[in-house]
Design a protein around this ligand. Sequence first.
Ligand code: AMP
Length: 193
Amino acid sequence: MLNIVLFGPPGSGKGTQSQKLVEKYGLIQLSTGDLLRGEIEEGTALGLKAKSLMDAGQLVPDEVVIGMIKGKLDANPQSKGFIFDGFPRTVAQAEALDNLLEERNESIAKMLALEVPNTELITRLLLRGKDSGRADDQNEDVIKDRINVYNSKTLPVANYYKGQGKYVSIEGVGEIDEIFTLLCAQIDVAMMN
Ligand code: AMP
């Protein structure tokens, strides 16, 4: 199994790149944001609770997203591996993920971190909001709150993986295919180990 954390602030291109990686490597993308939006669409109790937090740009509780990830790992024991997109977003989530993988004799191979400056993120997200209909992409204040949450709660996750020698920084500004090539080069190396 090859397990990759695709890391980066909101709007850094994690979703776009994950889809391309899924196609190329046959990995399963686990996006907690997509899973939560699925719950909202289905009108589940979990979705209902998550919605107000998501609309405000705040994180949903760790146990909620950890539970969703555990369910997906259990449901896909034969997978070639997973791309974790938008998870883990706190150090507690990163620790829980390590435990879940360890129980399955698996581990994270690498964290690939897309680096994009804040001004570019805001432009990209406002543009995406016009098409996606996502409430959290349409309001500049909410976007700024999400970036603040990222800086305070999520950036420490990069240090967690740096401590494990798994962190790799990737230039996240440029053509989609150029960035994809950078990611693939790292994954190809990870696959050889
Ligand atoms: P995303 O689609 O990854 O940008 O996530 C959209 C929103 O879902 C975030 O702003 C959070 O409110 C929530 N969310 C997604 N993933 C997580 C996570 N791992 N931990 C906590 N909240 C999350």
